[in-house]
Ligand binder design. Structure first.
Ligand SMILES: Cc1ncc(COP(=O)(O)O)c(C=O)c1O
Length: 459
């Protein structure tokens, strides 16, 4: 278990340049005249007890973006990739609608790179709902909802999402990532503890850092470790927030959320579950981990979800009790000081949510696709880690170079699967990640698995 105080350490000032006059030997006493002289000069301001560095001494890496270490690292990676003949697999423009297939560089390829789990991106009914909202309300909410940005479609969407999560109420934000940052950053403070899975998403870590709370991670899915830690330490903190993902976005395994509910109850903690990848994916009808484990909405204090995956839109959502959502609605900075969700995005998400309910066969197909892919991959000896075959299946290849090369080669064969490289995952766990969709056919899945095996054997 790692332990960190998330408050960013105050950077130590630059080493001060040498003083204007030669320093006295440390420890040598000053004579009375020397003391008088020093006092006079100090009073005149001639002696600065802590000289600030001269402007000339500020290095370029602190004010010129061209000299930022991050840029140098990017360029280093680019040069190394060029030298090894690896094409950049990132930022590749897709033309048209990204479904089970995509058009990249004018070529029709099998697409395993987007979150279109239920195949609803580009669905004519979802498009129509976005256009209807656009024609009625325009492209932008034009203001924070607190002031003049509230539109009826926001509350309609929040009502539907609250029902989905089995909660009193819900609140939508303009970004999924931003939802975690602002909600956790706002809810928690210096006397609190955030206890999270070691594989938790970056947005949760950033929210924790923003909050200034103490932060600890427990080993993946290890609710017993979290329980033991709280048994010893709960009393040291005011609020404790346990954070897990419903379905892990890198490995595709489901968290034992039912166990975390017991832990949070036992220790008077709050539980937040990030359902970004499980919404519409896990549970017989796509009801997420709540349906999967037969939980009550109120078993979890803060359900978080994104609109950008199964719901074919963009934005984030929090769902919870009336009290929790009321606090967020009036005080959460990423909601209060940010524009309301764009009406066409709200319209699209609302229609996608309706279709998730009306067409449960999409979920059935997605889950069947997951089983086909997982069984076929295991059958040819691919390392799919702990994936349970719900929409996210990694193929661990052992190092970043091999992952990048495999992604390049697969694209040459007409399969688009992105590499996940260190530091996003440990170097030994570098991988190709396959996002599955209800829109894939069984043939397409089997072809992708066979080609992956072939490419890895060739490398
Ligand atoms: C677990 C998790 N939470 C939050 C997010 C952020 O969601 P969004 O991409 O909608 O901003 C992601 C993004 O993929 C995610 O994987």
């Amino acid at each position: 278990m790692t332990d960190e105080k998330t408050t960013a350490p105050v950077p130590s000032p630059n080493p001060a340049p040498g003083p204007a006059s030669p320093p006295k030997t440390v420890g040598a006493p000053l004579s009375t005249d020397e003391k008088r002289g020093l006092l006079k000069r100090m009073l005149r301001g001639a002696v600065n007890p802590s000289p600030t560095p001269s402007i000339k001494d500020v290095p370029a890496r602190f004010y010129r973006p061209e000299a930022f270490p991050a840029l140098q690292e990017i360029e280093l990676h680019r040069k190394a990739a060029d030298r090894m003949g690896i094409r950049n697999p990132f930022f590749m423009p897709h033309e048209g609608i990204p479904g089970g297939r995509a058009v990249i560089g004018g070529r029709d390829v099998l697409n395993f790179g987007t979150y279109n789990y239920l195949g609803l991106v580009g669905d004519p009914r979802v498009n129509r709902a976005a256009v209807d909202a656009l024609e009625r309300y325009g492209t932008s909410a034009g203001a924070s909802r607190l002031v003049a940005g509230e539109r009826p479609i926001h509350r309609a969407l929040e009502g539907a999402l609250a029902e989905y999560f089995g909660c009193d109420d819900a609140l939508v934000f303009v970004s999924g990532h931003g939802t975690n940052v602002t909600a956790i950053g706002h809810l928690m403070g210096a006397k609190d503890l955030i206890l999270h899975d070691e594989w938790i998403h970056n947005s949760v870590l950033l929210g924790a850092a923003l909050s200034g709370a103490h932060r600890r991670s427990f080993s993946h899915n290890n609710w017993e470790e979290a329980d033991r830690f709280l048994a010893r330490n709960r009393g040291k903190y005011e609020k404790v927030l346990l954070v897990v993902e419903g379905l892990y976005s890198m490995d595709g395994d489901v968290a034992p959320v039912d166990r975390f509910v017991e832990v949070k109850r036992k220790h008077r903690a709050l539980l937040m579950v990030d359902e970004a990848h499980s919404l519409g994916v896990v549970g017989a009808h796509g009801g997420g981990v709540r349906e999967h484990f037969g939980l009550d909405g109120a078993d979890v204090d803060l359900w978080m979800g994104t609109l950008s995956k199964s719901l074919a839109s963009q934005g984030g959502v929090l769902a919870g009790s009336r009290a929790m959502i009321e606090v967020m609605r009036y005080t959460c900075p990423g909601f209060v000081y940010s524009v309301g969700l764009a009406p066409p995005l709200a319209g699209a998400a609302l229609e996608a949510l309706r279709l998730l309910r009306a067409e449960p066969e999409r979920v059935t197909r997605l889950q069947a696709n997951g089983r086909v892919f997982l069984d076929a991959a295991r059958g040819v000896g691919l390392d799919v880690g702990p994936s349970e075959g719900y929409a996210v299946v990694p193929v661990v290849v052992g190092n970043s170079l091999r992952a990048a090369r495999a992604s390049n080669r697969l694209l040459e064969h007409g399969v688009h699967a992105l590499p996940i490289l260190h530091p996003a995952v440990p170097e030994k766990r570098a991988r190709l990640r396959f996002f599955l969709s209800a829109a894939h056919t069984e043939d397409e899945l089997l072809r992708a698995v066979a080609l992956t095996r072939q490419v890895l054997d060739e490398l």
